[in-house]
Design a protein around this ligand. Structure first.
Ligand code: FES
Ligand SMILES: [Fe+2]
Length: 317
């Protein structure tokens, strides 16, 4: 289950999309349904009713806060426990539960742990700017036709900025780049993943990228006395589809009425990446020996090593 993405915490569904009822998604190939109970606590279950295999996400959340299967009305709590089997008062509910995943509501997202029916060994490591109450946040959602590892590497890749994002976030590089320029990419391992920054001809523009294992990036944009962060949450759907959440967080111009402007900007940058990422072959990042790499690939190679060694559990890492 959860091929090459097992036993990790990941953000999965924005809380705002659960207001209308349960949401069914695929996560690393597995169908998962997410819902909120009456107190707003999240539940995440394998999206398959234990009775006849129907998608629970086609059902509804009852006034008591249970997820009700659309077929025969079995009801499940956020822990997957069976809370009722209509027309069968003698059913042994304790044997008729759905399969839960550990779930938490943190900031603007429901997070799940990718192990069915298990306890999570710890809590998610969340980039602090995803929860800081002093920041205004926007979320832009996209689905890309690619393996998540190509999208994740793209988010950690500084040398593509002056090409793909020539006139947007890359203009600070493209403006100073000369034909013989050199980009020096630094990478430092941290407890949450790693930090990378790039120097152009020895000049540090002050930008920084954090990699939060397993699938998140925070871009720190240097603006004096203000905080502007762009996060990319790269969630695997299946072998050839990825859900991308771009979360912008800002300490200035915090009026809600300005959100559409920040959303449009985040969407523009994400959409600039799409074609190159979707065109990458093979779809999943291969062993480094199967592609040619250079000095400025340091950060993406660090991610690739993590993916191959830890998530894929391959000696090839
Ligand atoms: S299939 Fe879900 S209650 Fe029968
Ligand atoms: Fe990009």
């Amino acid at each position: 289950m959860f091929r090459d993405f097992a036993h990790v915490w990941t953000p999965l569904v924005p809380v705002r999309s659960l207001a209308a009822g349960p949401v069914g998604v695929r996560l690393a190939g597995e169908p998962v349904v997410v819902f909120l109970d009456r107190e707003g606590q999240p539940g995440a279950l394998i999206d398959r009713c234990p009775h006849r295999g129907v998608k629970l996400s086609l059902g509804r959340v009852t006034p008591e806060g249970c997820l009700e299967c659309p077929f025969h009305g079995w009801r499940f709590g956020v822990d997957g426990a069976n809370r009722g089997v209509p027309l069968n008062p003698r059913a042994r509910l304790e044997t008729l539960g759905a399969t839960p995943l550990p779930a938490r509501r943190i900031g603007d997202f429901v997070w799940v742990y990718t192990a069915a029916g298990a306890e999570a060994p710890g809590e998610p490591s969340v980039p602090p700017t995803l929860t800081d109450p002093g920041l205004a946040r926007i979320i832009v959602e996209r689905t890309w036709n690619c393996h998540w590892t190509r999208a994740m590497e793209n988010m950690l890749d500084s040398p593509h900025l002056p090409f793909v994002h020539r006139n947007t976030i890359g203009r600070f590089v493209s403006r100073y780049m000369k034909p013989d320029s050199e980009m020096e990419v630094h990478w430092e391992d941290t407890d949450f993943g790693g930090v990378t920054h790039a120097l152009l001809d020895g000049r540090d523009g002050g930008g920084r990228l954090d990699f939060h294992r397993p699938n998140m990036m925070t871009l720190h944009i240097p603006i004096p006395r203000m905080s502007l962060k762009i996060h990319a949450l790269v969630v695997p759907i299946d072998e050839s589809h990825t859900r991308l959440f771009v979360v912008g967080a800002r300490s200035f111009l915090k009026w809600k009425a300005l959100d559409p402007m920040f959303e449009a900007n985040a969407a523009k940058i994400a959409d600039e990446d799409r074609d190159v990422v979707e065109s990458s072959f093979p779809p999943e990042v291969p062993h480094p020996s199967e592609e040619h790499s250079v000095g400025s690939d340091r950060a993406t190679l660090a991610f690739r090593r993590y993916f191959l060694e830890v998530l894929k559990g391959s000696a090839a890492g």
